[in-house]
Write a protein that binds this ligand. Sequence first.
Ligand SMILES: [Zn+2]
Ligand SMILES: [Zn+2]
Ligand SMILES: [Zn+2]
Length: 157
Amino acid sequence: MVHSHDHDACIDNAVEEAARLCAERGSRFTDLRRRILIMIWQGHKAVKAYDLLDQLANEGGSAKPPTVYRALDFLMDEGLVHKIESLNAYIGCPHPGGDHVSQFLICDVCETVDEVTSAGLNKAVAKASAEKSFSIKRQTLELHGVCAACSKKKQAA
Ligand SMILES: [Zn+2]
Ligand SMILES: [Zn+2]
Ligand SMILES: [Zn+2]
């Protein structure tokens, strides 16, 4: 599904949602933050910070690395993007606005990252940690493998 679709709609939707949420929360959705969000949403692949910096520099922007990292922190705090720890890269959240703990399916062939939220899995994790009186501050579940489209391609080849 993420391989053939009207991606402009994904970008428009992400930017619209971001603007709406920021307005609602009184957070400032500056031009740089918007630009970086759009750059992260260039596709459904995780984007590294230095790629963002390169691209901004190519566009003749004057944003310094700390400014870009602050913008990324802002986007993460607002739940608009997620960090993929195993790739040290960022991905746009397709359903920002609510607190959610997600799992990430990362294709090692085409590098597409798909975000899924498994209520059952989250419940099981909460239960297992509660049994140990452990309070979770942060959890990351990143699953590496091959996506459906890439497995199909491989079979056809
Ligand atoms: Zn898309
Ligand atoms: Zn998300
Ligand atoms: Zn793939």
